[in-house]
Design a protein around this ligand. Structure first.
Ligand SMILES: Cc1cc2nc3c(=O)[nH]c(=O)nc-3n(C[C@H](O)[C@H](O)[C@H](O)COP(=O)(O)OP(=O)(O)OC[C@H]3O[C@@H](n4cnc5c(N)ncnc54)[C@H](O)[C@@H]3O)c2cc1C
Length: 402
């Protein structure tokens, strides 16, 4: 007879595996499926913020991440006009004052192994094509090597990242949101890297940015992305990446380095503000819920934190046996309490500052004024409301630096 799982999670990225770990730790019967076989790559900048490191610490995985990740102590921002500013990571209670660049090939496998060790059952190579919500269970239908089969569970969690096909199929999404797109590759033999996360607004279309994130003293994850304002725009992530690499100052930074492997591109779904995150017997976790910062593109921490929140709510609802849409509204409420204002204000900040006209004086002001610099970095790290960037004090300094 078919096993009835408590929770079936679709997608074993940071969102799905974090949800699985916390639930399995609590003794819940969890099935985790992914279309990929692990370890698998995920196109990403690989940057872990202090908030992300906190979740990894809570899972007991910080030491393991430090074994293969590369520690960075600050941020370098390069304005469209080439002007630079450098800032260290500010102290914040309960958080570390550094970042890690941890390639996803290793990070996601670490998180997956942790979920399995915690008691979750994992089915790799299972591509889910449909979720049928019935009166007392959900059926997860998919294919493994062209053979269709299904699993049943009391509840389903959609954690499929930027792949929104199941959201459409289940009616959780009625129209496609706007996506950002980005491309990245790894480079070796760099000679002038430092322990800084380099974000560059030169050589890329705005709104967008390029990055050089060191993965060791001599290697880096290099990429570029931009917000596709219209779906019909002919520009591709690969073209933006190539233009970024051909930009003089970037060429100079990369010197005689050598690209390792292919250039990979992938979309980013940032539409959390208007996303539906629950329905009867279903909730949505991580990037599938649009949880990617509209200004910075950070999504790993948000995926893991939403996984923590999901596990907390689902565990509670399992105790009560209530998986109705009304009961699962509690998940959405907690998510909105944590993320909604970040998304609203980051979108406003992107609208105001993501143009050459204001980015140049903003970065110039941040280079000169410690208050502006600290505020800007705190906004990028999600330590304070992005609305701070619109405060009269900051606008005053920006205007002074035209
Ligand atoms: C180029 C680029 C750079 C980025 N840089 C950063 C960064 O530096 N730092 C940061 O924090 N964030 C970054 N992000 C965002 C970050 O990668 C994502 O937000 C994050 O991976 C979301 O985690 P997730 O678990 O929600 O989804 P994912 O990590 O995308 O995992 C989803 C999983 O679902 C599986 N799946 C999808 N559909 C199905 C299906 N139908 N059936 C079965 N399995 C399925 C996939 O195989 C995948 O394993 C970047 C994104 C891009 C594209």
């Amino acid at each position: 007879m078919n096993t009835l799982y408590d929770i079936a999670i679709i997608g074993a990225g940071p969102g799905g595996t974090t949800t699985a770990s916390y639930l399995a730790r609590a003794g819940v019967r969890v099935l985790l499926v992914d279309k990929a076989k692990f370890p698998r790559d995920k196109t990403c900048g690989d940057a872990l913020s202090p908030n992300a490191l906190k979740v990894l610490g809570d899972l007991g995985l910080l030491g393991a991440v430090k074994d293969f990740g590369f520690r960075l102590n600050g941020v370098r921002l390069v304005a469209p006009d080439g002007n630079e500013m450098v800032a260290s990571i500010p102290q914040k209670a309960g958080l570390v004052d550094y970042l890690y660049i941890a390639p996803r090939y290793r990070l996601d496998n670490l998180l997956l192994q942790h979920a399995i060790d915690s008691g979750a059952e994992f089915k790799p190579g299972f591509k889910v094509s449909d979720i049928q919500v019935e009166r007392d269970k959900v059926a997860i239908v998919g294919k493994n090597r062209k053979v269709t089969s299904s699993f049943t569970a009391r509840m389903g969690v959609i954690a499929t990242g930027a792949n929104i096909s199941l959201l459409k199929k289940t009616g959780l999404m009625s129209h496609s949101p706007k996506f950002a797109v980005a491309a990245r590759a790894y480079f070796e033999n760099l000679t002038n890297l430092d322990n800084l996360m380099e974000i560059r607004f030169d050589g890329v279309p705005i709104p967008g940015y390029g990055w050089i994130f060191p993965t060791s003293a001599t290697s880096a994850n290099v990429g570029a992305g931009f917000l596709k304002k219209s779906r019909n725009l002919p520009i591709t992530a690969r073209r933006v990446f190539d233009t970024f690499l051909a930009h003089g100052p970037v060429q100079e930074r990369l010197g005689n380095s050598k690209r390792m492997g292919t250039v990979k591109s992938y979309p980013l779904h940032m539409g959390f503000s208007a996303a539906r995150t629950f329905s009867d017997r279903l909730i949505v976790v991580g990037e599938a819920a649009g949880l990617v910062n509209p200004f910075t593109g950070e999504g790993i921490d948000y995926a893991m934190e939403s996984g923590q929140i999901a596990a907390q709510v689902l565990n509670h609802q399992l105790g009560r046996g209530d998986f109705s849409s009304r009961a699962l509204h509690a998940y959405d409420k907690k998510l909105r309490a944590r993320f909604q204002s970040i998304f609203v204000w980051s979108t406003h900040m992107r609208g105001l500052y993501m143009n050459n006209w204001l980015l140049n004086p903003l970065i110039r002001a941040a280079g000169k004024e410690s208050f502006v610099r600290k505020s800007f970095i705190e906004i990028l790290l999600g330590y304070c409301n992005a609305g701070k960037a619109l405060s009269p004090h900051i606008i005053y300094h920006v205007l002074r630096n035209f």
